[in-house]
Design a protein around this ligand. Structure first.
Ligand code: B4P
Length: 194
């Protein structure tokens, strides 16, 4: 199964992707996690991405497309994958179509989690509070001011990705404001039909 989860920052893409990994045993490809790992390991990509991510901006298409293109070739992706946080621009979506076509692969589902923007900041602040209570570091971009920039980047560059898939009849939109278990059930319902 090859699946894309779309939605604004804090929509629950990562939360649902982890549940799908547990249930279906397919790999989660989170560009956010991959970039954070690159930053931690101070790789050349991480060194270029750090300031951009900390400011809540999007990392360049060139970097992110390169990461995904290489990752999809790995052995653990041969039975499928969940893309979480990618594509975030139409250029990334077009590149993904090209990459998959070259490999003779197709997408099974593109699922958008719709959440009112007024609810997103509360979720992100909740994630920061959870991290603090566990004594874990809080993500630099889980800060109210940086979050504003992330939402602006979403509205400017990423919101247009859903219509890109809708045009070709590939988009299913679900209510991402429902409790986590209900969103999981709704996603399972979509996957039964593919
Ligand atoms: P990401 O790591 O993708 O961060 P995110 O948008 O915050 O994640 P998500 O929507 O998965 O939220 P989550 O499930 O955790 O990106 C971080 C940065 O990396 C970007 O700003 C950018 O700089 C860079 N980047 C990544 N991909 C890129 C790309 N393709 N191109 C360019 N740059 C890229 O949920 C958030 C919180 O809500 C959690 O606390 C969760 O418990 C809660 N929650 C989830 N579902 C809920 C529900 N149904 N009800 C109530 N709470 C819920």
């Amino acid at each position: 199964m090859r699946l894309i989860l779309l939605g604004p920052p804090g929509a629950g893409k990562g939360t649902q992707a982890q549940r799908l990994v547990e249930r279906h045993g397919i790999v989660q490809l989170s560009t956010g996690d991959m970039l954070r790992e690159a930053v931690r390991n101070q790789t050349p990509v991480g060194l270029r991405a750090k300031a951009v991510m900390d400011a809540g901006q999007l990392v360049s298409d060139e970097i992110v497309i390169g990461i995904i293109s290489d990752r999809i070739d790995a052995a653990d992706c041969q039975n499928g994958f969940i893309l979480d946080g990618f594509p975030r621009t139409v250029a990334q979506a077009e590149a993904l179509d090209r990459i998959l076509a070259e490999k003779g692969l197709k997408l099974d589902a593109v699922i958008e989690l719709r959440v009112d923007q007024t609810r997103l900041l509360d979720r992100i602040m909740g994630r920061a509070a959870d991290a603090r209570s566990r004594g874990e570091p809080v993500r630099k971009d889980d800060d109210p001011e940086v979050f504003k920039t992330r939402l602006e980047a979403y509205n400017r560059d990423t919101a247009v990705v859903s219509p890109f898939y809708a045009q070709t009849g590939r988009l299913v939109t679900l209510d991402g404001m429902a409790p986590v278990d209900e969103v999981t059930k709704a996603i399972a319902g979509v996957l039964e039909t593919v």
